[in-house]
Design a protein around this ligand. Structure first.
Ligand SMILES: *Cc1c(COP(=O)(O)O)cnc(C)c1O
Length: 361
């Protein structure tokens, strides 16, 4: 079976050598040496401040905690995302206000944000879906006008650059996921990034029960610490992730060439100066055709994903029904994409799609 993705992993012996040290020093978590090293590497690489945590969902929960929003605050967000985005708003007892997406970029449609703003609105939690940067300037403008905080769910965005700067530098704060299914991973893991050092320092307290450096309790906290085995995996994966992205790029381009004219693709922002090829989303004419292709590919040994399906405004019975998001979520399919995927498999997937989509046109 070919799956939709395949996690990168460092050389086995290298990893063993790295974790062998942990049997000597017995420092397994709590701001360990590898964790600090990983944080420093990420800060240097992306030229911003970083707090690494145990997963992307906790990064979202902590990000929402940083601004001390009042009870029942309304947070503008997108329905076309992984469930963790709105799930964390609800977990925080805030109210997600769903704004529909743009049918080409699949990101929040900024022309529909202002009509949803009330005096309870405190923030915009937008997602750069599949690593595609949002309409940054427009979101900045709206946030400034209504005094809203901007939180970016950049879970898909490792190594994405917007106008030559890391996308993690945008908004008040950005969160990343380092889950095994993402381009760069620490098995499970995540991070908060911000140019605002104060926010990152607070995030570091929050991830460790609210302790400061002198182990005084100075803030409300949670346990979101990353352990040394995960940080070691991250450090070694940092050494191989560039090659992985290069290989994905070639495969992404082969898909595009083979499928051109047959199906549609996500429209990527013109301001991307570096992209990570995290997924291979394609858009069919209708749900029947998408589901037919999904089943046929499965029969022939290819696991694809209907990602994101369903649209989250439907899951949470929101009063704001987002018709574009419903439509896209019924027509989208993610094809297998990873560095070691053989060209023969890409060609096979494309010819199956051509057969099904061609006949049913
Ligand atoms: C993966 C993902 C998350 C959650 O990250 P975890 O590390 O799995 O908790 C949040 N938002 C989006 C858009 C994601 O794809």
């Amino acid at each position: 079976m070919i799956n939709v993705t395949r996690s990168i992993m460092p050389d086995y012996d290298k990893y063993i050598k790295k974790i062998e040290k942990l049997w000597e020093n017995r420092w397994l978590s709590n701001n360990g040496k590898y964790l600090v090293e990983l944080e420093n590497s990420l800060e240097k690489r992306f030229e911003t401040n970083c707090a690494v945590v145990s997963n992307g969902t906790l990064a979202l929960l902590i990000a929402l905690e940083l601004f001390d929003f009042p009870e029942k605050a309304e947070i503008i967000t997108t329905p076309f995302t992984f469930v963790a985005t709105s799930g964390s708003i609800i977990w925080q007892k805030y109210k997600p206000i769903f704004v529909d997406i743009d049918p080409m970029t699949f990101n929040i449609d900024t022309s529909k944000i202002e009509e949803k703003i009330t005096d309870k609105t405190k923030a915009i939690l937008a997602v750069h879906v599949f690593g595609n940067p949002c309409d940054i300037e427009k979101i900045d403008e709206i946030a400034k006008k209504y005094e809203l905080k901007i939180i970016y769910d950049a879970a898909h965005c490792f190594d994405v650059y917007y106008k030559k700067k890391s996308i993690y530098k945008l908004g008040e704060i950005s969160i990343a996921s380092f889950h095994a299914t993402k381009v760069f991973h620490t098995i499970e893991g995540g991070a908060l990034f911000s140019d605002n050092k104060e926010l990152i320092n607070r995030a570091k307290r929050l991830r460790n029960f609210g302790f400061n450096e002198k182990i005084e309790i100075v803030d409300k906290g949670i346990n979101a610490k990353m352990n040394e085995f995960q940080a070691a995996m991250g450090l070694l994966n940092l050494e191989i992730v560039d090659e992985e992205i290069e290989k994905r790029k070639k495969r992404f381009e082969l898909y595009k060439e083979k499928l051109k004219g047959l199906i549609k693709f996500q429209k990527l922002s013109n301001y991307i100066t570096k992209y990570n090829y995290i997924y291979m989303p394609v858009l069919f004419e209708n749900q029947d055709m998408r589901d037919l292709v999904y089943l046929q590919l499965k029969k022939e040994g290819y696991n694809t994903r209907k990602y994101f399906f369903p649209s989250l405004d439907e899951v949470y019975n929101s009063e704001n029904q987002c018709r574009v998001s419903h439509n896209i979520s019924k027509r989208i399919l993610h094809l297998p994409l990873y560095g070691d995927l053989e060209n023969e498999n890409i060609e096979r997937v494309c010819s199956i799609i051509e057969n099904v989509a061609g006949v049913n046109k």
